[in-house]
Ligand binder design. Structure first.
Ligand code: CAO
Length: 424
């Protein structure tokens, strides 16, 4: 048995933010029915194509364990089928541009009338307010949510991060909202509206920078390198390069081979609790008692010197040797791992965090598995559906349409070409 077994999700999501959410729910055992425009489907199927004719990795890696129903939601018969699906399902998830669902005739008011137990969950770029009607993509959310202004180097442009905190991050937020609403429905018997705005999700993940914004009122941020460099602080939380900026100063430092390998680096944290061990490891035992270095506040104005000295040591070791030396001493360090190293990591394969999946059009490919492990709800990652692969079985098995009804629906153009799958 799976945690969300029996929960039916009407999945109107596309691109990345919404599909991340419904993929997680599918991994937890929900039956996710992805509704896609006939003949077209989710736009990502044909974006970033690496194998002509096959669904892209962009699509496949976001849509595992789902079923695909090709259906035109603007056709009258298509609306009839959708109405039946809304009655049948527990959750409707969507991330259309603002207003698109209302224009289809399936806004929150209508959905509630059709099924008062329905939970309707949406990702939008912004919450209510002056930007609520804007279309939004990942990097816009990173910029509007405080991430870009606090990422990058002081004096340089704001920078976006490779982690998809706007899309996948908001998808995670939405998934939590959905299971919470399902839990409440157990007691209330009612559905509800769940909203996750990408700006809100990014800001939630950037909360430490909002903390620092307020700390600025009390004076300079001493944990930031610019303090030791005597560069004055402005009005807003600055960009801080690779400074941890938190209570335990840290930086990215070069390791042996950095001249040729762009990832021969380690993150090194000067945790106060292990300062004496750090001094011994880097060959600076005198710093243990020197009042300029012995305590965290004394070190703050001289972080550049401290990290330059540590780096002179890390440059004599590979990033893995740094890890092997520091870990037994409880000194927190972490190698900078490339995507190639992660893809080949046997440990991640063993835990199902990286999995290989076979696909009829593409052959085998790698993807991320479920990052959340439940001890009583196993995850088996199965391939993403072909466009409309499950149209007939959904009409027949989920909605109970007869063969004659299915013929009628097919003839009306409400669904895509059902014949190849019908014959299968
Ligand atoms: N049958 C018929 N029509 C369908 C359909 C179906 N099965 N599925 C979608 N459509 C229609 C929609 O109804 C809409 O039509 P109208 O504009 O005429 O009402 C149209 O397809 C396009 O929908 P869209 O506006 O959502 O798509 P877009 O490509 O123009 O915009 C995006 C994409 C992502 C910018 C926008 O959806 C958005 O802002 N979403 C919310 C924020 C979000 O999730 N962003 C993250 C995306 S990942 O980076």
């Amino acid at each position: 048995m799976k945690a969300l077994e029996g929960v039916k999700i009407l999945d109107f999501t596309h691109v990345q933010s919404g599909p991340t959410c419904t993929q997680l729910l599918a991994w937890f055992g929900a039956d996710v029915i992805k509704v896609e425009r006939p003949g077209v489907g989710d736009a990502t199927r044909k974006q970033l194509v690496d194998k002509p004719g096959a669904d892209s990795l962009y699509f496949t890696m976001l849509n595992h364990n789902k079923r695909s129903l090709e259906l035109n939601s603007k056709n009258e018969t298509g609306k009839e089928v959708l109405t039946r699906l809304i009655k049948e399902c527990d959750v409707l998830v969507e991330n259309f541009a603002p207003g698109a669902l209302d224009r289809m005739g399936f806004g929150w008011e209508q959905v509630q009338k059709i099924n008062p137990r329905m939970i309707m969950a949406s990702v939008k770029g912004f919450g209510p307010g002056k930007y609520e009607n804007c279309k939004v993509y990942e990097n816009v959310a990173q910029c509007a949510g405080g991430s870009a202004s606090t990422t990058g180097w002081l004096g340089d442009r704001p920078m976006v991060t490779g982690a998809q905190i706007g899309d996948s991050g908001t998808g995670l937020h939405l998934a939590l909202g959905i299971v919470t609403a399902l839990f409440q429905r157990e007691k209330s018997g009612r559905g509800q509206r769940v909203m996750a705005a990408m700006q809100d999700g990014v800001l939630n993940l950037c909360r430490v920078k909002l903390r620092d914004q307020q700390r600025l009122d009390a004076g300079p941020l001493k944990e930031y390198s610019q303090f030791g460099e005597n560069i004055p602080f402005g009005e807003a939380t600055p960009r801080a390069g690779n400074d941890s900026g938190g209570g335990q100063p840290g930086r990215i430092l070069k390791c042996k081979g950095w001249e040729d390998d762009p990832n021969a680096y380690t993150y090194f944290i000067t945790q106060a609790a292990v300062w004496e061990k750090i001094c011994d490891v880097i060959g600076k035992p005198e710093w243990k008692t020197d009042p300029d270095y012995a305590t965290p506040p004394a070190r703050l104005p001289r972080l550049n010197e401290v990290f330059d000295t540590i780096e002179a040591w890390t440059m004599t070791k590979t990033k893995f040797e740094v890890m092997d030396t520091c870990n037994p001493l409880d000194i927190p360090v972490g190698p900078i791992l490339s995507m190639k190293e992660l893809a080949e990591d046997e440990g991640l394969r063993a835990t199902g965090t990286v999995v290989e999946v076979d696909h009829p059009e593409r052959g085998p490919y790698l993807t991320v598995g479920c990052p959340i492990k439940l001890s009583d709800s196993d995850v088996e990652v199965t391939r993403s559906p072909l466009l409309g692969e499950h149209s007939i079985e959904i009409l027949r098995d989920v909605l109970g349409y007869s063969e004659a009804d299915i013929e009628r629906i097919g003839a009306s153009g409400a669904v895509g070409d059902m014949k190849p799958q019908a014959a299968e």
